[in-house]
Design a protein around this ligand. Sequence first.
Ligand code: FAD
Length: 405
Amino acid sequence: YYDVLIVGAGHAGAQAAIALRQLGFEGSVAMIGDEQYPPYERPPLSKEYFAGEKTFERILIRPASFWEERNIDMLLGRRVKSVDPEGKFVTAGDAEIGYGKLIWCTGGSPRMLTCNGADAPNVHAVRRRDDVDAMMAKLDTINHVTVIGGGYIGLEAAAVLSKFGKKVVLLEALDRVLARVAGEDLSRFYEAEHRAHGVDLRTGAKMDCIEVTDGVATAVLMQDGERIETDMVIVGIGIIPETGPLVAAGAAGGNGVDVDEFCRTSLPDIYAVGDCAAHENDFARGARIRLESVQNANDQAKTAVTHILGKEEPYHAVPWFWSNQYDLKLQTVGLSTGHDQTILRGDPAARSFSVLYLRGGKLIALDCVNAVKDYVQGRAHVVSGAVLDQAQLADPAVPLKEVGL
Ligand code: FAD
């Protein structure tokens, strides 16, 4: 039995445990995780870790000794199979583990292809350390890589691989990359960058299946009959939230587990946090969404822990995110979905600019490429929701913090 049991030893789980001790909680705490490793940062898996620029030790969220020092039990390599909300226990293997409060922080599993050949051993997802280690072990012996999916993870992986000198083909089924998360200006900019770095980036690209020869993937076959020879396939087409046991126990949800402003699920004493938690987000005009970001995992974990400790502080954090590709540092703040206008600030050709997203004249989000100042100064405007002078917004000579009404 633990006073607080955390399921999932990723970003949200780690932050929940850290926050409990930071805020003075003295009860018993354990974290159950199905990976073998203590919590580590996931973003470097498609960036510095994959590129060999950071070791695994350097991407641990805390040094391995931290958890023991804080009296947080780590039950690693164990997967929670079911939850009994009446008896207040979970099952993991043969063990039943009781809880006072349960924090569900299980993230998501990579969505995989369903076509022929999708399960070949050289078809890889990018979600866990083991996924990336498996790819890295093969890199020396391969040349052609096909990346499926032009979201952040696919693009970041393509950038690392092209730096390694691999021949990369990137296939995006929609008519532009990053279509789900960014405006067209940003998509076109990144498409051009990848092409300039030698990536054969194709949009509107419809694959059919994967050709397997002697047990390994040897080509991606396209619907138009083209055969793209490949030594490895990387699939970055999104995640499916890991909510099975909670939903089976009766928790409300559809795309993720539904939570309220304190990250409570519909089941008593069970909270859900991070990629798996569907919440009504103020920056999405109250729409119920899941956010897949470190910011959201950390801030929701603090919200849940604060509530467990008896205070009501509703979740109201500004969404932010980043992506590194080549020498380009993208930082985003706010949520651009639902914008009715964009303003380009700065010159993409100079490789330092921002795309500003407005709705009804209000700045709701920024995508800043090598433009840290815009990112830092734009945040306050996104929070305040004021209608701003558009000529000033578009003028990079006027610092965003000085833009007036
Ligand atoms: P996770 O960190 O995924 O942790 C969930 C953990 O729970 C996992 O270890 C999982 O194996 C475990 N688990 C699942 N089910 C069970 C079960 N039943 N029992 C026990 N354990 C279980 N975000 C950014 O903000 N910026 C970035 O640049 C960025 N880049 C990314 C790059 C990559 C390659 C990936 C994969 C993600 C990236 N993200 C980025 C997203 C970010 O990593 C996630 O939003 C964040 O990890 C979410 O934290 P989480 O705790 O909800 O889930």
